[in-house]
Design a protein around this ligand. Sequence first.
Ligand SMILES: [Zn+2]
Length: 156
Amino acid sequence: MPRRPFRVGRSNTGLGLFATRPIRKRTRIAEYKGRKVNTKEANRLEARGNLYLYEINSRWTIDGTPRSNIARYFNHSCNPNAEVYDVKHRVFIRTLRNIKPGEEITYNYGVDYLKNVIGRSNCQCGRCRRRRARKARERRALDKRRQARLARKRRL
Ligand SMILES: [Zn+2]
């Protein structure tokens, strides 16, 4: 693989990976590297709070904990611009669309991770933050209308 087209940077949730040049759709950009462990070992690691496990199949999991595994810095998004996939027990990340320099590169960690680790209402991806902001605005607008209605009633 050529020099990687992204760098580690600050994101909403800590660290993330950001494009340093335009990347075309369907480009393989990284490998999720780590020790291959069996399911028993993976379950043990998970119970100890390991968040960097990628399950290849019912028998094997990649433990992507080492900091040398740069792919562990890809954040989750519910509206991602990349995806993770595996080929013969190796795990890669590729882009789903053209990516501009400066854009954060994300992939979807999957429903289980979102529900059990992040928590649906805690997701910090762009889509969820916008959704929560919109809901908060709607609540405030509703509140305002209610207040106005009450004030009118009091004047009558
Ligand atoms: Zn989200």
